[in-house]
Design a protein around this ligand. Structure first.
Ligand code: HAM
Length: 411
């Protein structure tokens, strides 16, 4: 028997319904904040992703050549694509641009619970606003979106300027190496790297910074930071909006386009793969041939949110089985149409079953049976049977629709 590729999943209808419900609650939040949906290709020129991150990232991606010999990659994330699209299509649009997306990404990772090779992100990008209020807006939006899903989480906010100030004497390549250790909290690796760079003393202040949870103390550790006022303003805005967060100056972020404010969200009930959100302020446009526009955004790991939420109680609307004899079929088709037009899910037998077998099947799959035999066909009425209570009534089709609609969610 053929199986699905490693690291991918199939979703049965119940799971898809739960996913769509949460997706729509997030969409609604994005809409209320003025973020409009965009869509970019699932594959891009490989260069889009290697330009900033280097060839090393190829290891973690699905990379292939097409028949024309072009090197392509399945997108491992969507920010780079959105910024490419901004340069191609919307460079001159009035700023700021508020965009969002809900789409799948592909990473060649070792699969485990909460870590997949195909996964979905709900993300936003705020393009062209370079202020504390812009930084604060995306964090507030992230909190609203996570709240709307019902997930319980901790939000951690940091700023790269602290770390970067301590690492200012290192080359960009060396800085990235050190920050990768910090991102993974790999302090042994950090010490080794600092020794090889002839900076063994930096480890104390870096580790102190990672462990520090107080803004004034972070400034003491890291020294003079030009972004100081902006950091204070961002945090003041978050406090005024009553966003619950903690400060964390150890956030380095895995992707290396971030320039300033960074933040991450962690689900409280997940194990190793508990990061459900990541984002921050970044600059990418200038790399792709555009202006050096400041941007800010985040992506929610949608699958992890779903794992964290667990079973979602279904709030399904009533389902109707239109059950008929041969004599009743013509009216039954008409009645099913009336129910569907009224937005009520209604199904008919496709297996040439007798009335008894149709009712037996309906009792497993529906909330109401609408029975149409010879008597109903002659009088233009239906017999509406509530399959939970057994109660039944003879009604005209429109009254039957009203009766089912008034029951709302039943199953
Ligand atoms: P990221 O932190 O790499 O950031 O990914 C965002 C989220 O995607 C993670 O926090 C995690 O929840 C989820 N995620 C990542 N890898 C996997 C995986 N293998 N399986 C399941 N979920 C996963 C970004 O992608 C940035 N583009 C975010 C951003 C937008 N920054 C600015 N704008």
């Amino acid at each position: 028997m053929l199986q699905k590729p490693r690291g991918t999943r199939d979703f049965l209808p119940d799971e898809m319904e739960a996913r769509r419900m949460i997706e729509w609650s997030m969409r609604e939040v994005a809409r209320c904040w003025g973020y409009r949906e965009v869509c970019t290709p699932e594959f891009e020129d490989l260069e889009l992703f290697t330009m900033r991150s280097g060839e090393g990232i190829i290891e973690e991606m699905y990379v292939f050549s097409d028949k024309g010999g072009r090197k392509l990659a399945l997108r491992p994330e969507i920010t780079a694509s959105v910024i490419r699209m901004y340069i191609n299509e919307a460079k001159v649009a009035p700023k700021p641009l508020r965009w969002c997306y809900f789409a799948d990404c592909f990473r060649y990772e070792r699969p485990q619970k909460g870590r997949y090779r195909q996964f979905w992100q709900f993300g936003v990008e705020l393009i062209g606003a370079d202020t504390a209020r812009a930084d604060a807006e995306v964090i507030m939006l992230a909190a609203d979106m996570l709240d709307s899903s019902g997930v319980t989480y901790d939000l951690k906010v940091g700023h790269l300027s602290f770390m970067k100030n301590l690492l200012r004497d290192l080359e960009p390549q060396e800085q990235r190496k050190v920050m990768a250790h910090l991102d993974k909290k790999d302090f042994d690796g950090l010490k080794g790297t600092l020794e090889s760079l002839d900076k063994p003393d930096l480890d104390k202040s870096l580790i102190a910074l990672v462990e520090c949870r107080d803004l004034a103390e972070a400034f003491d550790i890291a020294g003079t930071i030009p972004e100081k006022d902006r950091i204070y303003q961002t945090l003041e805005t978050l406090d005024a909006a009553d966003v619950k967060y903690s400060l964390n100056f150890g956030i380095a972020r895995g992707l290396d386009y971030y320039t300033g404010m960074v933040f991450e969200g962690f689900a409280q009930n997940l194990g190793a793969e508990n990061q459900i959100l990541g984002g921050g302020a970044y600059r990418l446009a200038h790399l792709f041939g555009g202006d050096d526009v400041a941007s800010c955004g985040f992506a929610i790991g949608f699958d992890r949110v779903m794992v964290s939420l667990g079973e979602i109680p279904d709030k399904k609307d009533s389902v109707v089985a239109v059950v008929c004899t041969n004599e009743g079929r013509k009216l039954a088709l008409e009645v099913a149409r009336i129910f569907r037009k009224a937005g009520i899910q209604s199904e008919m037998d496709l297996m040439d079953r007798g009335l008894g077998a149709q009712l037996a099947h309906a009792s497993k799959s529906a909330d109401f049976a609408v029975v149409i035999g010879l008597r109903e066909a002659e009088s233009g009425t239906v017999t509406l049977k509530n399959l939970h209570s057994g109660e039944q009534k003879t009604l005209d089709p429109r009254s039957a629709v009203a009766e089912v609609a008034s029951h709302g969610a039943r199953r």
